[in-house]
Design a protein around this ligand. Structure first.
Ligand SMILES: [Zn+2]
Length: 69
């Protein structure tokens, strides 16, 4: 799985928080609340985590189909 280690915009370290964020969102927690509790306040960094989860979920089905054939 591809995880950005740092925010592309401000360079803040987010890679270590990604696993926690993803797990808690999958368990049904509000992403905004999880980001607040992880201390990710800047919108550029919040976007990094939110967009990563969305993109991974959308791309994975296509990726596994491609490798099967
Ligand atoms: Zn940032």
């Amino acid at each position: 799985m591809m995880v950005p280690v740092r925010c592309f915009t401000c360079g803040s370290l987010i890679g270590d928080k990604f696993a926690t964020f993803k797990t808690r969102v999958k368990l049904g927690e509000d992403p905004a609340k999880v980001l607040d509790e992880l201390g990710i306040k800047r919108y550029c960094c919040r976007r990094m985590l939110i967009s990563s989860v969305d993109v991974i979920d959308q791309v994975l089905p296509f990726y596994s189909k491609k490798t099967e054939s």
